[in-house]
Design a protein around this ligand. Structure first.
Ligand code: ADP
Length: 402
């Protein structure tokens, strides 16, 4: 029997998300989530997609090891256990691969040690990934397990885009450069968008706007990333749900010197209490739009700042690419919030950009064009699928090595 299933694991700091895919038709066999790991009120939810049965539980899950064991038991109950001969590989999402990992990589002791060495660059994420990896390796030491890095797709950025204007000796000593994140999504979405405009990825220039709670833009030339808005960490760039995105770095000195804040307080302020949440008290775009429609000024200002930044990045990446075939919206906000898409390209007709009001209003889970027929630059919505992309990359590497 050929093994055709891939388990995708996304181990976050307090949650584990997983999906089991069949690579013959890319269908999901099971999906699940364990959250609030380490708290008394941990929650888990498991859906056996094939039967449609969902099981939920609320009981303490102490750590990632316990979370993966709970996942493993749920899968086994559905006859999809980790010991199944049909399981070909496990793919692990890893946020930070820095300069060490520019491609999906088969996990061995050396890879684990290197991801550990990168912890200072991703102190929240990489330790959680490592906990997930170690448990999965203990459960199935014989199975190919692959790390797929959020930063990998951006590793092709030229030095002119990847470097900050810092003394290279200082920058290199501390591994300071622009790594970019959400790379798996940017890779997938830019490829699908090329197909949507009838081009091979090698021939298409695409601007991808990944607008979720975290948000990032990228400029992709011929399938290769040449710039992205997130930097050393996911804090740089667009206005996000709770992150400020770009600001004058001197704001930080000012908050510390004049505001008396500690490094940790500034870190928390900029990452967790800024962006849309900081501006208007809400980080969910649905709620913000509801408030805007009711005439709420704070929500309107937050929306306007969000759109202004987004538009600046569209313009910047248009200039970086020179010629653009498609501007693509993806992730929770990009896929669902038609007012965001409309406002982001409003007034850019001279650049060949426009949305058709009717097409923009259509909801759906399929990739689609929302620009008027015959538009010089396509505007599109492409639902992202990071799990499928991780599974595809994992399966390719695992089968190549089997
Ligand atoms: P992440 O993976 O970064 O947590 P998602 O890509 O799932 O985020 O996006 C989550 C965000 O998408 C929510 O915070 C919400 O603002 C937005 N969102 C989801 N559905 C809608 C909708 N129907 N209209 C507007 N925004 C939406």
């Amino acid at each position: 029997m050929t093994a055709t299933r891939v388990l995708v694991l996304n181990s976050g700091s307090s949650s584990v998300k997983y999906q089991l895919l069949d690579m013959r038709d890319h269908s999901r066999l099971a999906v699940g989530l364990v959250e609030r790991i380490g708290e008394d009120s941990s929650r888990r939810k498991h859906t056996h997609v094939v039967s449609g049965e969902t099981r939920e539980a609320e009981e303490r899950i102490a750590d990632h090891e316990a979370a993966l064991k709970a996942m493993s038991e749920e899968l086994a109950r559905d006859g999809l256990g980790l010991d199944s001969p049909q399981l070909a590989a496990i793919g692990h999402r890893v946020v930070q691969g820095a300069g060490s990992f520019t491609e999906p990589t088969l996990i061995d002791d050396g890879v684990v040690a290197e991801i550990e060495r990168l912890v200072p660059l991703a102190p929240l994420h990489n330790p959680a990934h490592l906990a997930g990896m170690r448990t999965a390796l203990a459960l199935r030491p014989d199975l190919p397990q692959v790390a797929v890095f959020d930063t990998a797709f951006h590793s092709t950025m030229p030095e002119s885009a990847a470097r900050y204007a810092l003394d290279p000796a200082v920058a290199d000593k501390y591994s300071i450069r622009r790594y970019g994140f959400h790379g798996t999504s940017h890779a997938y979405v830019s490829r699908v968008a090329a197909g949507l405009v009838g081009k091979a990825p090698e021939d298409a220039n695409v601007i991808v706007l990944h607008l979720g709670n975290g948000a990032s833009a990228s400029a992709v030339r011929g399938g290769v990333c040449v710039d992205t808005s997130m930097g050393l960490t996911p804090l740089e760039g667009l206005v996000m749900g709770t992150r400020s995105g770009d600001l004058d770095p001197a704001v930080i000195f000012h908050l510390m010197r004049v505001g008396g804040m500690s490094v940790d307080e500034v870190d928390t302020l900029l990452n967790k209490k800024s962006g849309l949440l900081g501006l208007c008290g809400d980080n969910d775009m649905r709620e913000i739009r509801r408030r805007v429609d009711e005439g709420d000024d704070r929500a309107k200002l937050a929306f306007d700042i969000y759109i202004h930044r987004l538009k600046k990045y569209i313009g910047a990446y248009y200039a970086v690419l020179g010629r653009v075939d498609a501007v693509v919206f993806t992730a929770g906000v990009g896929e669902n919030a038609s007012p965001v898409r409309e406002a982001a390209v409003a007034g850019l007709e001279e650049l060949g950009l426009a949305v058709d009001a009717e097409l923009n209003a259509v909801r759906g889970d399929q990739p689609r064009l929302i620009s008027p027929e015959g538009a010089r630059v396509a505007v599109a919505v492409v639902p992202t699928d990071e799990e499928l992309e991780i599974a595809t990359q994992t399966y390719a590497l695992a089968t190549e090595n089997s």
